[in-house]
Design a protein around this ligand. Structure first.
Ligand code: OXD
Length: 309
């Protein structure tokens, strides 16, 4: 039997190398056209072109190489009976929290202004701001959102969390469901989006939602570009309602060279580098799920396909 890896991006290539090291006895194919149709038991991929999965009738599971399986689940002919897993690495959540803390502090401590002052050799000491005036709102409380909440609270910021369904959250004010969204946004001076992309979250942060944020808010998106309407964000910043944004994910990736986001003075763009699962952790998860699938056991980190994560 054999597995198929679709190395469509550098981070899946890293996982392919790690998988070859972790499972030297497995036959690994990377070209669907030359993979033996009756032998492929599992596919490791981040996204998949139509026409691939149905070629392999012995498929036991499909592993998403990332934490967000939205691209993979969007494959139109993904067989409904084949379970999908996703890569959850605890260090990815911790590194996401580092990124969010870095960007939130850059905004809170006015790093761009300090750098501009240095360029002008200007000694100016503005009065310190208080963390209590910069409440942080985190959307999502999964493997990415939870460590962000933890780190931001430990840095002294009041934190609230918005989730799809109600749950008690220690150390943070909890808001749940569409009815609580406006109240949650109204107290988020720093808004962090860590939501999975699903039918319910696509375009959730649009003009109407952005209008609920307090004046001078800063938006940080580390989940999926399509949860946020980029044009609505730019309009809100240009109208002075929102102070600025830090974006690691975009509606189209790679972000096209002619996107106005690249050159917007109030938007910091980074190329989807906030954190990725470690290749060796994702490879070990894949090997474990292969063992489980071969033995008829439930997968680790199986995606609920109806929910989308
Ligand atoms: C992702 C990831 O899903 O990097 O984007 O894990």
């Amino acid at each position: 039997m054999a597995v198929l890896v679709l190395p469509t991006s550098p981070f899946v290539e890293r996982q392919l190398v790690a998988l070859r090291a972790a499972a030297p006895g497995e036959r690994i194919f990377i070209d669907p056209a030359s993979a033996p149709p009756d032998e492929i038991e599992a596919i490791l991929a981040f996204r998949m072109a139509p026409g691939i999965a149905p070629r392999f009738p012995a498929l036991r599971f499909i592993a998403c190489a990332g934490a967000g399986a939205d691209d993979l689940l969007a494959t139109p002919d993904l067989p409904v009976h084949v379970p999908v897993s996703r890569a959850i690495d605890p260090q990815q959540g911790a590194r996401m929290a580092q990124y969010v803390a870095l960007m939130a502090l850059r905004h809170f401590r006015e790093l761009p202004r300090l750098e501009a002052q240095q360029r002008e050799a200007r000694w100016r000491r503005p009065p310190p701001e208080s963390e209590t005036d910069f409440p942080v709102g985190v959307m999502g409380f999964g493997s990415i959102g939870a460590p962000i909440v933890d780190v931001m609270s430990r840095l002294g910021f009041p934190v609230s969390v918005w989730t799809r369904t109600a749950r008690p959250i220690e150390g943070a004010a909890a808001f749940a469901g569409p009815d609580a969204l406006a109240a949650f946004l109204a107290r988020s001076k720093i808004l962090v989006c860590a939501l999975p992309l699903t039918a319910a979250t696509q375009g959730l942060l649009d003009t109407k939602a952005l209008r609920c944020l307090p004046r001078g808010a800063h938006v940080i998106n580390v989940s999926r570009g399509r949860v946020l309407r980029e044009a609505d964000l730019v309009a809100a910043i240009d109208a002075g309602r929102i102070d600025g944004a830090t974006l690691d994910v975009f509606e189209t990736e790679p972000l096209p060279e002619d996107s106005p986001l690249w050159r917007h003075p109030k938007i910091l763009c980074t190329p989807h580098i906030a954190a990725e699962p470690r290749a060796e952790v994702a490879a070990a998860l894949f090997v474990e799920n292969l063992r489980r699938a071969r033995n008829g056991l439930p997968l680790v980190n199986q995606v609920d396909r109806a929910r989308g994560y």
